[in-house]
Design a protein around this ligand. Structure first.
Ligand SMILES: [Fe+2]
Length: 319
């Protein structure tokens, strides 16, 4: 069986990549642009340059992506710049990364989406540096490396949102990534909920639709501020919606509230280890977006390169 993930792919040629990179570099050179304070300016610079240089079919693929029902989009051979050492403690000098941020936010703007952060996670900052942080060793976190990150969706304890609402109150609809370095060649693995449906018998699948689960916030959520860390009670794991099914799930924080619910969850969790998936090794200059409501993702444990050269992805939520 092949994976049901529908992935849209695009690739720039060398000439376009170089022109785009130069244009963005020149336009951010004279000001100090911080992603949290000047996101709109960075986005408009990036979107302007992308609109000017990207081939029509790639521009169109970006603009229609949210309406196509595709699970993910991967854009390769985007500009790269001279990157500083990997900020393995999680945060670096963001103003020095204005080119990357202009490109990242520009792509999100062309996709017709809104980037956002929540104040109880990642210090409230828009960009999450996905790096092997030594302080997170042994933890299931995007800052971890040694422990496996099992199949999950991000922030599954929140309700599903609708367009035209404050995205911070809901499950992030999309996760976006820009690859800075990945010498370890660690894949980001994605799988379609439709594939998860094929793993178990009908009764188990139906049970997962009942409002008999509780789903807690992930470990990366700061439990102090009100609102962010509420456990969601009496919720289904899977529900119909949009194009097929949507899902909320994290093995570490999802529990059945009845024996039947727990048994179905256990069966499904075990079956997930064999799910059809795409393994995407994000290279420098690659951009990935996937639907966090219709896609499960995971990352297996790995041994990072020395700190300065360790794996570094940039992640931003968008809805
Ligand atoms: Fe995640």
């Amino acid at each position: 069986m092949t994976s049901l993930v529908r992935l849209t792919r695009g690739r720039l040629d060398d000439a376009i990549r170089d022109l785009l990179g130069k244009e963005i570099e020149e336009r951010v050179a004279t000001s100090n642009l911080d992603p949290d304070g000047q996101e709109a300016i960075l986005a408009s610079i990036g979107a302007h340059a992308l609109s000017r240089y990207l081939p029509g079919e790639i521009l169109n693929a970006l603009r229609v992506f949210p309406a196509t029902g595709a699970h993910a989009l991967l854009l390769s051979h985007l500009p790269t710049w001279e990157f500083p050492p990997t900020p393995v403690n999680g945060f670096g000098a963001e103003a020095e990364l204005a080119e990357i941020n202009a490109l990242h936010f520009g792509l999100i703007q062309l996709l017709g989406l809104t980037p956002f952060a929540v104040d109880y996670e990642n210090d409230g900052r828009l960009i999450r540096n996905v790096v092997p942080n030594p302080a997170a060793a042994g933890k299931t976190s995007s800052w971890g490396s040694d422990s496996e990150f099992f199949w999950h969706t991000d922030n599954p304890h929140l309700p599903f949102g609708e367009p035209g609402t404050d995205p911070r109150l809901y499950i992030p609809r999309y996760l976006t990534f820009y690859g800075v370095r990945n010498l370890e060649r660690v894949p980001t693995e994605i799988a379609a909920v439709d594939d998860a449906a094929r793993l178990v018998d009908e009764q188990t699948w139906r049970q997962l639709h009942f409002a008999s689960y509780e789903v807690g916030p992930p470990a990366s959520v700061n439990t102090d501020p009100a609102g962010g860390a509420t456990v969601r009670l009496a919720t289904p794991v899977v529900e119909p919606g949009g194009d097929g099914f949507r899902v909320r799930y994290d093995r570490g924080t999802t529990r059945g509230q009845t024996d039947e619910a727990a048994a179905a969850l256990d069966t499904w969790t075990q079956a997930l280890t064999g799910i059809q998936r795409l393994e995407l090794v994000l290279e420098p200059g690659e951009f990935l977006i996937f639907d966090n409501c219709r896609v499960l993702h995971r990352r297996r444990g790995f041994t990072p390169e020395p700190a300065d050269a360790a794996r570094w992805l940039r992640r931003c939520y968008a809805s």
